[in-house]
Design a protein around this ligand. Structure first.
Ligand SMILES: Cc1cc2nc3c(=O)[nH]c(=O)nc-3n(C[C@H](O)[C@H](O)[C@H](O)COP(=O)(O)OP(=O)(O)OC[C@H]3O[C@@H](n4cnc5c(N)ncnc54)[C@H](O)[C@@H]3O)c2cc1C
Length: 429
């Protein structure tokens, strides 16, 4: 018998959340505030996912929510924080703030804990297997949320999914974010969006990036951070690989890491203010934009987003973001992406059914892995919307836990009342 078949058995009577990233943290906070015990299993050694270990400072605008505002306010109070607090959420503050917040709410979290398998019954998910520092642990729980981004738990439970876009399963390009220090931006602006012309004394920097950088690198994405002289670069790019394959993903990470050197040289040579910049830090979470789209009880479409659909079973409201599809074969925006021209006042809701897998009762999805089309996903994948989704899903799970039932058996209005009680503004019908 293989040693791996030996495992420790534990029971957790509450909401078990796989993944402590953007959606997982929101789900944990929502569930704890709704009165359920919460256990979060996180692969890495910090909370926040792409917002902390992924080094992303810019929470895309458009989706205001009370939880987002509370996160901003808590980060602004963080004593270790930098001075330019309005220039992005600092990843190091985020780690401290989220841990303190979890401690305050009595949320249990376990780092270096990777969910590797699902415990299943007939059409139900009843627990998770996780590789913890002490070994392989089976944790039974009445309600589980998969907030791992790639959907490790749902995939292991056998929930059907589509990888990437329907036609060829190609996924949006992935990036390893990094930061450069030593930047002098006193008189030098940054490009305000990705793939827009940006004039420099050497010419249009967007065109220069395409000409000078080795494909599939070639686009210019630079964001302020809250630390003076430090700029976040989201310019590495890996395409044409399967993000759910360990081997292919490792090759993609290697490729991105090697692009960093060339990109730093490019910035020094062509970008005003970057003449003395140096690599300061690279992400400890690889930036996968897209992987598994699980098949849920409803699949959110781009048409529903554009129509601003208000679903009866909404759990996330006032979401707004264009269709930001990164090229699946090279750099820049995909032909089907719509950054300009997306209706500025169009907000949409996300229904609970998108977070309920077609099979596997007891399991909910939260974050970028919910059920949606390739195009719809390019909108809801941004951090503020994943936060909103996570909050709603955590609350749905907690309300069901308190009633000792499944979320689909709870009157949706009771879930929505708790979401509203936690400060979310209901949609206009
Ligand atoms: C390169 C890149 C740039 C982006 N830029 C922006 C931007 O500028 N602004 C914006 O708003 N959005 C941006 N996004 C989108 C956004 O960051 C993500 O889509 C969003 O963070 C997804 O949230 P999530 O909670 O689903 O996943 P994540 O935030 O990735 O969290 C998933 C968590 O699960 C953990 N995990 C994974 N597998 C396991 C497992 N098996 N067991 C336990 N834990 C596990 C991970 O360690 C992680 O902490 C970007 C995305 C990428 C990839």
């Amino acid at each position: 018998m293989s040693n791996l078949k030996k495992f420790i058995r534990r029971k957790f009577d509450g909401v078990l959340i796989a993944g402590g990233g953007v959606a997982g943290c929101a789900a944990a906070i929502g569930a704890a505030r709704a009165g359920a015990p919460v256990l979060v299993l996180e692969n890495g050694i910090s909370l926040g996912g792409m917002a902390s270990s992924g080094l992303l400072p810019l929470w895309m605008d458009g989706s205001d929510s009370p939880l987002r505002r509370e996160l901003d306010a808590r980060c602004a109070q963080c004593s270790t924080g930098p001075v330019e607090r309005d220039r992005g959420l600092d990843h190091e503050c985020m780690k401290i703030v989220l841990e303190k917040w979890f401690d305050e709410l009595g949320i249990t979290y376990c780092y270096n804990s990777s969910v590797v398998d699902a415990k299943t019954g007939s059409d139900s998910v009843t627990g998770a297997y996780a590789a913890l520092p002490e070994g392989l642990v089976e944790i039974s729980a009445p309600l589980l949320i998969d907030a791992t981004g790639d959907g490790a738990l749902a995939a292991a439970a056998g929930v059907e999914f589509t990888l990437g876009r329907d036609s060829d399963h190609a996924c949006q390009g992935a990036s390893l974010a990094f930061e450069v220090g030593g930047v002098n931006l006193t008189d030098n602006p940054l490009p305000d969006c990705f793939d827009v012309p940006f004039e420099t004394p050497h010419g249009n920097a967007a065109e220069l990036a395409r000409r000078e950088l080795t494909p599939p690198a070639g686009h210019l994405i630079l964001h302020h951070t809250s630390v003076p002289g430090v700029i976040s670069a989201n310019m590495t790019n890996a395409v044409g690989f399967d993000p759910t394959s360990g081997r292919e993903r490792t090759d993609a990470i290697r490729l991105c890491r090697r692009q960093i050197e060339e990109i730093v040289m490019f910035l020094r040579r062509f970008m005003p203010g970057f003449e003395n910049c140096y690599l300061q830090l690279s992400g400890s979470e690889f930036g996968i934009r897209e992987s598994r789209h699980f098949h849920g009880r409803h699949t959110l479409t781009e048409q529903e987003i554009l129509a601003g659909t208000v679903f009866d079973d909404w759990i996330a409201t006032w979401n707004h973001f264009p269709f930001d599809i990164h090229n699946v074969t090279g750099c820049g925006l995909d032909d089907n992406g719509v950054l300009d021209g997306f209706p500025p006042d169009r907000t949409y809701t996300v229904p609970l059914r998108c977070c309920q897998p077609e099979t596997g009762t007891g399991l909910l999805l939260a974050g970028r892995n919910i059920s949606g089309t390739h195009v719809a996903h390019s909108s809801f994948r941004v951090m503020p919307i994943c936060l909103n989704i996570g909050l709603g899903v955590g609350i749905a799970a907690a309300v069901a836990w308190k009633k000792r039932t499944l979320p689909e058996l709870v009157d949706i209005e009771i879930i929505q009342q708790e979401i509203i009680r936690q400060g979310v503004v209901p949609p206009n019908r």
